[in-house]
Design a protein. Structure first.
Length: 268
């Protein structure tokens, strides 16, 4: 009888979804009202149903994965027009970088002949796509990263604007301990290079302290840290933090249309 009971217990445990899968399923269900879009095909590139009308499609997470991603539908005409405009700007940036690199190379050759010493040339890199490349990437998706049951939650953010709590959004996201927003912005990093920071929103739920924000010295890096109460067991979810990054209009939709009350059920 003891052996039978043990086998039944093991079968019951095996039948239960992994904690991460259960949490991700709850997040997806809570956000379903804001994501009435098709899932992607297996490649993650096109909508599985081939529809061209929806602006977005959803790439569901793999087993154990803790990121849900919403991606611009490449079959949609409006998305194609925006992408084409961005690619034109990116191409202009790359051509300008190529001209600069050619001038540097000619100067380096002349200096090498004059001094007998080799000279360094920057060349063309992905960074030469400029802000336009980073912006089209940001506007074309929303990544929803999910973390739970961590002893503390820490995020390092390089930005020209300080992230701040939003009283308005905390009233929209039912039960949130805090909601931190970081608007998209263009800034110069610690090396002096121009960068684009996509918009982000952090949602803290459950038994987690309100996050503390600190700037790291004179750098452009801000640290967000929040301590949390450990869960009594792996089956319980005591704290949950969502990080939404990318298209700010879609993020706003997710915040206003998601069923946050349903997600709070996970934390009981």
């Amino acid at each position: 009888m003891k052996l039978v009971a043990l086998l039944i217990a093991l079968a019951t445990v095996a039948a239960q979804p992994m904690p991460a899968d259960r949490v991700m399923a709850a997040v997806r269900a809570a956000m379903a009202p804001a994501l009435p879009f098709s899932e992607t095909d297996r490649s993650g590139v096109f909508p599985a149903d081939g529809k061209t009308e929806p602006l977005w499609m959803v790439r569901p997470p793999e087993a154990g994965e803790q990121t849900l991603e919403v991606i611009a539908n490449p079959l949609n005409v409006s998305n194609q027009v925006r992408a084409a405009r961005a690619m034109t700007q990116i191409q202009n940036n790359i051509e300008a970088a190529q001209r600069r690199a050619a001038l540097q190379y000619e100067h380096a050759i002349a200096e090498a002949k004059r001094t007998g010493k080799s000279q360094e040339v920057d060349g063309v890199t992905l960074g030469d796509e400029g802000v336009a490349g980073a912006k089209i990437d940001a506007d074309s998706h929303v990544a929803i990263e999910v973390a739970f049951n961590e002893p503390s939650y820490r995020f390092d953010l390089s930005s020209g604007i300080q992230p701040n709590p939003s009283v308005q959004l905390r009233s929209i996201v039912t039960g949130a301990v805090d909601v931190i927003t970081l608007p998209s912005n263009t800034y110069r990093d610690d090396a002096g290079s121009e960068r684009y920071r996509e918009g982000e929103t952090f949602i803290y739920l459950g038994r987690v302290a309100r996050p503390v924000m600190k700037k790291r010295g004179d750098s452009t890096i801000y640290e967000l840290t929040a301590e949390a109460t450990p869960a009594a067991s792996a089956e319980l979810v005591n704290s949950l933090v969502l990080r939404l990054s990318g298209n700010e209009a879609l993020i706003a939709d997710l915040l206003s249309k998601s069923n946050w009350n349903a997600l709070l059920e996970l934390l009981k």
